[in-house]
Write a protein that binds this ligand. Structure first.
Ligand SMILES: Cc1ncc(COP(=O)(O)O)c(C=O)c1O
Length: 404
């Protein structure tokens, strides 16, 4: 098949890359400029650039540990179903991971279970906007305040989303974005940490200054990868990398040994160039998500979690729950046969990641909601390469498969 819709992505043209190279040759500090642009856009007082969302989160955790008055507080609560990178950053920080179950219908925490948590040794609580769906920040704020916790807004998947009053990324005491591949805005890789708290900002700044900007060799490698990504993301060519499983496209890994650095100039310049398109990109996602939801809603056995009737969501990928793992696997296989990059997202819940045991604060908890998501979830592409025809194909495939 010579046409394959990637599961997620932001179109980057060779012209965008050429403009980024020209801009990078100018005077100034593109990474701080881009961080400021992002900070101003979401209304955050302080913003710091990093080479990834993981490094941004790790730096935040190190800064929180420094300012925490109680050294017994060494646990971070996070959703039991989310990107493995969140767990990688906590593990790297030396803090313990305490996954808490999620509600598969809302993609948010299971608040009954979260309220039962013993927070006495917890330093921070992470709220995660999976696929652009914001968690209940009001409830999270209460829980954080009642238990004297720092609240972290993981907005890696929700740049440009808002609750109508505040922008995602600014809902906690501190937050961060990822600008990796497949995110709302992509600089190929990158991250920004944000806060309004001057003390926290000063700690983050000090830690960030100890990190290096990429050197010449690193910049050349990034340029090559970025160019390859820009060319191959198009559905007419994406079948090429997609037919090479050893590339591990879209794989999510638990790896506390990730590289720490600041954001490279080329990526920062690309970020500045693509920044003006975030409104358009998210409105395309919102529109495709709406069309898909309309077309899929009557199919028995299929449920779209996390929808909000008052506020359309620019889903980074549209989450769909099927009845069980077997039906989900069949759906993904058929969709792929028809050229649609549907994905089962994270391969397991956080507690089941191989090798994670020694980093966990809790074992033996019940993560039934997270397990149900990891068994039944399929995500559908919502990026600008999607056509009417692809929406028709998805509808036909999901209508025809037998939902157990
Ligand atoms: C929810 C979530 N948090 C954190 C991260 C980490 O971001 P990065 O891949 O830029 O390190 C990601 C990205 O994959 C993510 O999806």
């Amino acid at each position: 098949m010579f046409f394959f819709q990637p599961p997620a992505g932001v179109p980057i043209s060779l012209g965008d890359i050429a403009s980024a190279i020209r801009r990078g040759a100018d005077e100034g500090s593109p990474a701080s400029r881009f961080a400021r642009l992002v900070g101003d856009f979401v209304g955050a007082e302080y913003a710091f650039d990093f080479n990834s969302g993981r490094t941004a989160l790790l730096t935040i955790l190190r800064a929180l540990t420094e300012i925490s008055e109680d050294e017994n507080r060494n646990i971070v609560v996070m959703p039991a179903y989310t990107c493995f990178s969140v767990a990688s950053s906590i593990a790297r920080s030396g803090l313990k991971i305490r996954p808490c179950d999620v509600d598969p219908e809302t993609l948010d925490y299971d608040y009954d279970k979260l309220n039962e948590t013993n927070f006495s040794n917890v330093i921070a609580l992470i709220g995660c906007s999976l696929f652009g769906k914001l968690p209940n920040w009001h409830r999270l704020r209460h829980i954080a305040d009642d238990n004297n916790l720092f609240l972290i807004d993981d907005a890696a998947q929700s740049f440009g989303c808002s609750d109508g009053r505040r922008m995602s990324g600014t809902m906690g005491d501190v937050g961060f974005f990822s600008f990796g591949r497949g995110k709302n805005l992509s600089t190929y890789s990158g991250g920004i940490a944000l806060t309004d708290n001057p003390e926290l900002a000063s700690r983050i700044e000090t830690i960030s200054k100890s990190l290096q900007y990429p050197g010449f060799a690193g910049r050349v490698v990034t340029l090559m990868k970025m160019t390859t990504y820009a060319i191959l993301l198009k559905p007419e060519l994406y079948w090429i990398p997609n037919s090479m499983p050893f590339l591990g496209l879209g794989e999510t890994l638990f790896d506390p040994d990730f590289r720490l650095a600041r954001l490279g100039n080329l990526q920062a310049c690309l970020g500045e160039i693509k920044f003006s398109q975030i409104g358009l990109l998210n409105s395309v996602r919102e529109n495709i998500s709406r069309q898909l939801m309309e077309r899929l809603k009557g199919i028995p056995g299929l449920f779209i979690p996390g929808t909000d009737s008052e506020r359309p969501i620019p889903y980074l990928r549209l989450p769909v729950l099927l009845t069980d793992r077997e039906t989900r696997e069949t759906a993904i296989k058929r969709l792929k046969q028809h050229g649609i990059g549907a994905s089962s997202m994270y391969p397991s819940t956080i507690d089941q990641i191989p090798g994670i045991e020694k980093y966990l604060a809790n074992t033996g908890d019940d993560f039934n909601g997270a397990r149900s998501l990891s068994d039944r979830l399929v995500t559908l592409p919502t990026h600008p390469y999607m056509r009417e025809k692809d929406i028709d194909t998805i509808t036909q495939v999901l209508t025809k498969i037998r939902h157990n």
